[in-house]
Design a protein around this ligand. Structure first.
Ligand SMILES: [Fe+2]
Ligand SMILES: [Zn+2]
Length: 447
């Protein structure tokens, strides 16, 4: 199954990864605005075209602030044109890691609607003055502590050999022993297939409710969806999605996610991708400790703004790699380049270091040996740990009907610890992170 996703066509082939959703192209909307092209901006100063100025004083000042503090790469990554940010979902469409790291600005035009910037990759960027104003004046302040030596919490990486972690639907539904077996596999391997699920939404919902109540979100509770854009998110399209974790925009991201493909008619594609984030993080640590530390050190903003009545952001920024403060283990991955918001409270040095680290990380999770490709079928549900496993899918044609839902971390761990250790033992260890004896006997060791 390893290369099913290479069925990607169109925009996806723009770079080495099978999951490039958008190549770097000029926005046709703005190409007419530029006539003579010459390199003007290298990050420190620039000359502007004054023929189409708008509110020149403030526009120039704010633009200067942004350019000086954040530089051309950041500006290109956060381009606000319709090609780079989907006009409905508001998600990032530009492939950050296909942008040349040494990109420069060639020309700046103060148009009436906003600032137009021509980059050395040929792209014509666009920014409203309001956006520039909001992003030009913050001070760097988001540096977290970094621990180069932290390891992931104990886990078993699935390396592609041997059978997939699997349980039977009947076993899970029958008793707590079957349920515990399922939870063990989810926790240890990061994912598990459930075989023999009746192909109905109600039965799939009941399966998920064996663990805990389903977490409602702005997408609803238990989903039953087709690619109809009923919600403003790329998940509701048929396009390929690169490896990501869900709900990076929640203060408390969903812990488990289950998918069950109910039908797929008149088309093909739509293979499912999983990447073990802990394994990728360990590789990053091994290959370059400073990159590993950067992804822990610099926090990032995120958002979900695809529907008119919703604009969700976490209560504060979080890093891609999070260390548990009591156990000092890597316990959570937040990686969603589509939902990453523009980060402005940093300087050019930190910014460059973070993008270098993120580029390295993106390259690791794009390696074939890290990618687990499977083709979902009606009757087989897939569940995974969204705090650890990145997921994605290849583009598809035809009509797919998918159902599924989220489970909260706290409810999952409550159920898992109670079934594994029994209530009395769990209660005797409340708040005990480092107690005596084997760590494996401490329920709080499961995080
Ligand atoms: Fe997703
Ligand atoms: Zn753009």
């Amino acid at each position: 199954m390893s290369v099913v996703g290479r069925r990607f066509v169109c925009r996806a082939l723009a770079s080495s990864s099978p999951f490039r959703r958008a190549k770097v192209v000029p926005c046709s909307r703005w190409t007419c605005a530029v006539s003579s092209i010459r390199p003007l901006f290298t990050g420190q100063s620039w000359t502007e075209n004054k023929t189409a100025k708008h509110d020149p004083k403030s526009a120039q000042q704010f633009s200067k602030d942004v350019f000086k503090k954040l530089g051309p790469f950041w500006l290109r990554d956060n381009c606000q044109c319709e090609k780079c940010h989907h006009p409905q979902t508001r998600q990032r469409e530009v492939d950050t890691f296909a942008i040349p790291p040494d990109i420069i600005i060639k020309k700046v035009i103060y148009a009436a609607e906003g600032l137009e910037v021509e980059f050395s990759d040929g792209h014509m960027g666009f920014y409203t003055y309001a956006w520039l104003k909001a992003n030009g004046t913050k001070k760097p302040n988001s540096v977290l502590r970094a621990d180069h030596t932290a390891k992931p919490r104990p886990y078993h990486p699935f390396t592609g050999t041997g059978p997939y972690p699997t349980v039977l639907y009947d076993d899970v539904m029958q008793d707590d022993k079957g349920l515990l077996q399922w939870l063990d596999k989810i926790y240890i391997y990061g994912f598990c297939f459930v075989i023999g699920v009746p192909v109905t939404t109600r039965d799939t919902e009941k399966l998920l409710e064996r663990i805990a109540f389903i977490r409602p979100t702005h997408y609803g509770g238990f989903w039953d969806f087709t690619s109809d854009m009923s919600f403003g998110d790329s998940a509701y399209t048929s396009q390929g999605l690169g490896a990501h974790t869900d709900t990076t925009y929640f203060t408390d991201p969903a812990r488990l996610q289950l998918f069950h493909l109910l039908s797929h008619t008149d088309g093909e594609g739509g293979a499912s991708l999983l990447v073990d984030g802990f394994r990728a993080a360990e590789t990053l640590q091994k290959e370059k400790k400073t990159h590993y530390a950067q992804l822990m050190r610099q926090s990032q903003p995120a958002h979900a703004s695809g529907n008119e009545n919703v604009c969700i952001q976490p209560i504060h920024e979080f890093p891609v790699l999070e260390i548990h403060p009591q156990l000092e283990q890597l316990y959570r991955i937040r990686w969603n380049n589509y939902d990453r918001a523009p980060k402005t409270n940093w300087g050019i040095k930190d910014l460059k270091q973070w993008y270098n680290a993120a580029r390295h990380w993106n390259e690791i999770i794009s390696r074939e040996k890290f990618q687990i490709w499977t083709q979902l079928e009606p009757g087989t549900a897939l569940i995974f740990d969204n705090w650890r496993m990145l997921h994605g899918r290849s583009e598809f044609t035809g009509k797919r009907r998918m159902c599924g839902g989220y489970i909260n971390n706290d409810d999952f761990l409550s159920q898992y610890r109670l079934l594994k250790f029994g209530r009395e033992h769990v209660l005797n260890n409340l708040g005990n992170w480092h107690g005596e004896g084997h760590k494996e006997a401490n329920p709080n060791f499961l995080i």
